[in-house]
Design a protein around this ligand. Structure first.
Ligand code: FAD
Length: 406
């Protein structure tokens, strides 16, 4: 039987599993298989500095291609894994090639939701944002005076809007819900971010859906909106969320919910198969959640590598996230699902604010806007299980550092 560790998905999580296994001196053969043409790279700059042209692609790579050979990791690029044969302990690739595994790790990430073809999703000039190819195509279209429609007011769409304004592109954001950031943040945070975008000249329209896009000669030219208006546009960015890439697991008969179901050790319902990153539904404080963030992919991958190498230490997520828009740094500590109360706090510097989420007296999460001190203190409190009084947080005179270090 093979003792090979096969990792499907050469992104943030897949790379981190392979690198950590080698750092832990695990000497078993490792194969890292990825559908993309380039070695593993970080995605966050795709909608930030890379899209702006301020960061070269080489700087996005976690390691140069030669590193994989030097570390005895077989990196297979442009190879898509189509099926898992659990009985034979083999994976089957699209070209029919098979590979045996002793341990299999699924790090397949998530896929952006696309607009259906029948409402114009297939027109040229309609972009999603997930990989280098998407960012390169969008960057080419960013010309001063061009008219961009962003469909969906989530983080990726808002980041694309911010970059577009720097290129002097005319930007309209439409959001079907009654406000932007509805799935991920409280109205207080949405209010702050909306004001920032409007101050930069973005036309944000909430309660506004897309009926369809119209094209000329195959290229998008108009958007018909739910409120009856028609917008003349040159391009559209579709940021309407992602779906976990869990088809391989589903077809292999593994448990799947909102992603591939894993336990605290990253194990799927088959003990020889692990899963990591955006494709995973995992336990967190008595609930089951799916996270879409770099810190989760890395921390979970490293914990799982430890388990594969023989540790019995479970992964305890400590969620955090960030988003850069204009000169605003939004940092998020914790996971706000199930909050029933929010307080806001003015920071020491002009423009710095934080939004604190509670369920009862329990602190769940904090959104810090240009407020690194609030972010760092909140992270400490969440990690140590400190639950500050909401009234104390709302009072700008309260010393957060003292609260975080009781
Ligand atoms: P990915 O990094 O997506 O890697 C999955 C890889 O698996 C992909 O390369 C895919 O092609 C490959 N794959 C899938 N199926 C197969 C198959 N069957 N065979 C072979 N290969 C396969 N997070 C933050 O924390 N902060 C940010 O500011 C931030 N900004 C972001 C901006 C953008 C534009 C995007 C797209 C994401 C951003 N994220 C951010 C999210 C973060 O990048 C993801 O959470 C992270 O990449 C997840 O890692 P992963 O390994 O699970 O998936």
């Amino acid at each position: 039987m093979s003792d090979r560790i096969v990792i499907v998905g050469a992104g943030q999580g897949g790379f981190a599993v392979a690198a950590k296994l080698r750092a832990l001196k695990d000497e078993r053969p490792i194969t890292l298989i990825g559908a993309e043409a380039v070695p593993p790279y970080q995605r966050p700059p795709l909608s930030k500095k890379y899209l702006l042209g301020e960061m070269a692609f080489d700087r996005l790579l976690f390691r140069p291609e030669a590193w994989y050979g030097e570390n005895d990791i077989d990196l297979l690029l442009e190879r898509f894994v189509e099926r898992i044969d659990r009985d034979a302990r083999q994976i089957v690739m699209q070209d029919g090639a098979t590979l045996s595994y002793g341990t299999l790790v699924l790090a397949t990430g998530a896929a952006p939701r696309r607009l259906p073809e029948d409402i114009g999703g297939g027109l040229q000039g309609v972009f999603v944002m997930r990989d280098k190819h998407d960012a390169d195509r969008l960057a080419e279209a960013m010309k001063p005076g061009a008219r961009l429609l962003v469909v969906g007011g989530g983080y990726v769409g808002l980041e694309a809007a911010a970059v577009a304004r720097k290129f002097d592109v005319d930007v309209t954001v439409i959001e079907m819900a009654d406000r932007i950031l509805k799935r991920v943040a409280a109205p207080e945070t949405a209010d702050i971010m909306r004001a920032i975008h409007r101050a930069h000249g973005v036309d944000i329209r909430e309660n506004t859906g897309l009926i369809h896009l119209e094209g000329e000669a195959g290229h998008v030219r108009r958007a018909v909106l739910s409120r009856g208006e028609t917008l003349e546009i040159d391009m559209a960015v579709v940021g309407i969320g992602v779906t976990p890439n869990d088809q391989l697991a589903k077809e292999a008969g593994l448990a799947v919910g909102n992603g591939i179901v894993v336990d605290r050790f990253g194990r799927t319902s088959d003990p020889a198969i692990f899963a990591v990153g955006d494709c995973v539904e995992q336990p967190y404080r008595g609930e089951r959640i799916r996270l879409e963030s770099v810190p989760n992919a890395v921390d979970q991958a490293e914990a799982i590598a430890g388990v594969i190498a023989g540790s019995d230490k479970a992964y305890e997520p400590e969620p955090w996230f960030w988003s850069d828009q204009y000169d605003v740094k939004l940092q998020i500590a914790g996971y706000n699902g199930g909050y029933d109360r929010v307080v806001t706090r003015e920071g020491a510097r002009e423009g710095s604010q934080s939004v604190w989420y509670f369920r009862g007296d329990t602190l769940l999460a904090v959104d810090a806007i240009n407020d690194a001190r609030a972010y760092v203190c909140a992270k400490k409190m969440l990690s140590a299980g400190v639950n500050p009084a909401a009234e104390a947080i709302a009072d700008p005179a309260t010393d957060l550092k003292a609260l975080a270090n009781p």
